[in-house]
Design a protein around this ligand. Structure first.
Ligand code: GN1
Ligand code: MG
Length: 374
């Protein structure tokens, strides 16, 4: 992307200092990210990011959510006298023109004729992200995500749903059943697909219980992060969690989202697309460490029904991801990038095997959670 354009975009924000360099940062698949360096040692560097508005159609809503969440956390940290607040919560820079936390750029040549949306935030120095977890970083992650939810438990504004029905299991099943009927890629007849559909349908009713409890009014929605992978957290050099990042999917949801999706990614012994199904296994050491950290920081606000259903949440996310990957496979691979023709089926199968492993560990999980509550 051309430097002049990037500089002119940065110039539309009310930042401090003189820009000395702008270069690509990280390897995110959804948003494009750049580091903006400033010449003065006493001024912060910044992160410039283009928001993918195909995935997030309402960028204004995304940024209003993020504004509400970061302001609320910032106020709490200040009230607690926490030092170095700019390292503990993201700080977005307002646009000069209207004070909003993003600017809109008109279509550029070669951009497919679509407008783009940009935001600028303070770069957190001397911090790292991690791609994989061990029990220690899982415990820290559990504490951090529980804390994040706890700090947001009394946020006074209603957040918007940045991706509609994102973690709604009933909706994800409807999507799958609809594509099975249409069969646009001619893949429904495969025997392995039929077998997988049978495994999915067998569990469908049980897996939709969060939605039912929500309707009955026994299970609340709270502000959740909804993308709780370990690489969405910054650590300092001593391995302490500094802050939670990647806030685009912050929205009201059942707490199961944050708890379950972390374990889906963190506790699988292999990657979510590992084709060797014998290697897929749910790691109880990661489960225990994460759960311990999470309960420590979240227990004060969690209802008994939420705690009781944590093992269900552990199963729900591999199940939901199996449904979503199979849906994409049957749709002809439109949502996730595939490196080979079967890629989405392999992913779905991997998640199904993770689910089977989780089901075998159910009694042990329940026992562990009960032991933590005594
Ligand atoms: C997508 O963008 P990424 O890779 O963090 C997806 C998640 C899935 C994940 C599976 C907006 O996440 O919900 O769990 O792929 N995000 C969206 O790999 O659909
Ligand atoms: Mg990320």
């Amino acid at each position: 992307m051309n430097q002049e354009l990037l500089s002119s975009i940065v110039g539309r924000f009310a930042y401090e200092g003189t820009v000395s360099e702008i270069k690509p940062l990280g390897e995110g698949l959804i948003n494009d990210t750049y580091k903006v360096k400033t010449a003065e040692p006493d001024k912060p560097d910044y992160v410039l990011q283009r928001v993918n508005h195909n995935v997030f159609p309402d960028v204004d809503m995304v940024m209003r959510n993020i504004d509400a969440v970061t302001s609320h956390i910032r106020a709490k940290l200040a009230a607690q006298g926490t030092p170095d607040i700019d390292r503990r919560v993201l700080r977005f820079i307002p646009a000069k023109a209207d004070g909003k936390l993003y600017v809109k750029e008109l279509p550029q040549k070669g951009d497919g004729g679509s407008e783009s949306y940009w935001r600028l935030m303070v770069f957190i120095d001397d911090a790292i992200t991690k791609q994989a977890v061990d029990p220690d970083s899982s415990r820290a992650a559990g504490l951090a995500f529980g804390n994040f939810q706890a700090m947001l438990a009394d946020i006074p504004v209603q957040l918007g749903e940045t991706i509609k029905d994102f973690h709604n299991m009933e909706f994800r099943l409807e999507q799958l059943r609809e594509v099975v009927k249409r069969d646009p890629a001619g893949r429904v007849k495969e025997e392995r697909v039929q077998n997988m559909l049978a495994e999915i349908e067998k569990r469908a009713e049980e897996m939709c219980k969060a939605e039912r409890m929500g309707r009955e009014g026994t299970l609340p929605k709270r502000v959740c992060h909804c993308d709780t992978k370990v690489n969405n957290m910054m650590f300092d050099k001593q391995d302490n969690v500094l802050c939670v990042i990647d806030l685009d999917t912050v929205m009201p949801n059942f707490i199961f989202s944050d708890y379950g999706d972390f374990l889906r990614t963190g506790a699988n012994r292999v990657a979510e697309d590992c084709p060797d199904m014998d290697k897929v296994e749910f790691r109880m050491d990661i489960f225990k460490a994460f759960t311990e950290g999470y309960l420590e920081s979240a227990r004060s606000f969690l209802l008994p029904v939420e705690i009781e259903n944590l093992p269900y949440a552990t199963a729900l996310f591999p199940y939901m991801q199996c449904v979503r990957f199979l849906w994409d496979y049957l749709s002809g691979d439109k949502y996730w990038k595939c490196q080979y023709p079967d890629h989405n089926f392999v992913r779905a199968n991997n998640q199904l095997h993770l689910l089977l492993s989780i089901e075998r560990h159910y009694p042990e999980m329940k026992e562990f959670i009960n032991s933590k509550l005594k």
